[in-house]
Write a protein that binds this ligand. Sequence first.
Ligand code: WTA
Length: 631
Amino acid sequence: MQITSFKQYEEDYKKSVENPEQFWGEVAQNFQWRKPWYKVLSWDFKEPNIKWFEGAKLNITENCLDRHLATDGDKPAIIWEPNNPEEESVTLTYKMLHESVCRFANVLKRNGAKKGDRICIYMPMVPELAIAVLACARIGAVHSVIFGGFSAKSIADRINDSQCKLVITADGAYRGNKQIPLKDVIDDALIGCPTVEKCIVLTHVRTPVSMLKGRDVWWEDEVKHVNHICEAEEMDAEDMLFILYTSGSTGKPKGVVHTCGGYMVYAGYTFTNVFNYKPGEVYFCTADIGWITGHSYIVYGPLSQGATSVLFEGIPTYPNPSRFWDIIEKHKVNTLYTAPTAIRSLMSFGEEPLNGKDLSSIRVLGSVGEPINEEAWHWFDEKIGHGKAPIVDTWWQTETGGIMISPIATVTPTKPSFATLPLPGIQPILVDENGNEIEGNSVSGNLCLKFPWPGMLRTTYGDHERCRQTYFATYENLYFTGDGCLRDEDGYYRITGRVDDVLNVSGHRIGTAEVENAINMHAGVIESAVVGYPHDVKGQGIYAFVINPEMHGEAELTKKDILQTVTRVIGAIAKPDKILFVSGLPKTRSGKIMRRILRKIAEGETANLGDTSTLLDPAVVDEIIEAVKKQ
Ligand code: WTA
């Protein structure tokens, strides 16, 4: 199923559009099924109702583990690189990973988990995180991984939304020189989570934790009580595989649902093609498994293809900004898949951290999560790829399950800051505000998809109507991405950023409404408005305009108090970069906040604010402009 020439790409693309069922049916033959499908696809974007490989039975872990054992059992599946470079790295072969997954799957069963149960995973980037994820899939339980940066309240909201029965966590996590007390955070969360019966705790940092009798058990003790034989549960292609919560333009995160068959096929197909993965190569994706990139391109995609995937616990700048380069040299990494924010951050240290580092193993580079600016693209190309490694700028979303628009390494052309061409099976279209298709080249519009692909979301957990409203109701018969996009004179796509109220901060999606809700929970705050502004490293920074008349006597301390509130309500990742106290917000006469004006002010474009005379109180705009200047 690997595409080896541009000509083949064009032929496959054509076939995938003209006869999608035949195309995907053939791709799916490269996977292991217990029972074949009787229909490749049935779909309806109105409901929406999307089914791939109907009637087929499988278990994704048999594709990620069992099927490699006979030929590649001793091949490294996961190479774990710890936060502290002094510590030994750990290599798990396919045999070892298979055994650990089966063993832990039995631990889950022993603790009452069964097919269909939801299980929350809140863990550091250690091999046991991948083991926990795969063990859930082994027994047919639905995992909901929550990124380690979320607060107790965020975790509780997510656990309750999907009524998780079990939580898997660790005593703590290392991140650079910081230690994060994961179990403490879980303990706070579980005060308000009546559905959780058991909590399995991995020992990692050896910090003291509270263990509640009857609920909390140690990972290390549990695995002693079970054996390593665990038959995989037979799953329907459309059974739920996992839930992953993501921010949108409303205050409440949505549980994006992916199912077993289509997701597996799509993650595997895109992995092997986009990165042009060659057997035996070492592949390193720097994302966290708490995000979709980690799900699809650290765990499921690479393992389904028998690849060797590096799992890194730490951060790019610890103990120094050479860390990525040291890892590449140490493990002879062939593919580096990372985020523009990491590239920009490492760029800012100049060339010194690169001195003497052997990056000659690098063959393919990848970027994901946000638009990559040209300067960062060229730096990545020249300094890391030495002009020889194609950069795949991969556009996709939590909801799409896998990469959608991207170069195919060594096969299709690249172009700085362009995601370039759609992969086979993907039919993007640009539309105007009214949903009319914008045809031809050298045009911009809202990016939609007009035909289903196997990796697409099926619903949002517990609220199908919300899924319909968010993605399928804006434009008739189209999936709306929320992104703006340019199609240039060559027909190449360039994603220009979100067109809704969603920010992209260091590649993390954060809804402005969610941050506003959190700020408004601070006792002194009357109202707030949050917008994004260009940030050199993060891509976008968070700018909060806040009405808080009393300020507890001191503005600076109050700002810190508000940051503390946001950290409590959402997590440190959503902390505003700038807070400005104002006496009022620009509003229309009907009371709607004019975020467009605030966005321009935050971007420093005060010369061209448009007509402000229709505002309820135009004077407030001048006051805000003055205050921003003074800041
Ligand atoms: C943005 C991450 C430009 C986009 C996989 C999308 C990108 C959102 C790119 C999804 C890219 C992702 N170029 N923008 N290559 N990749 N985005 O769900 O706005 O965390 O809608 O998935 O990130 O973010 P999510």
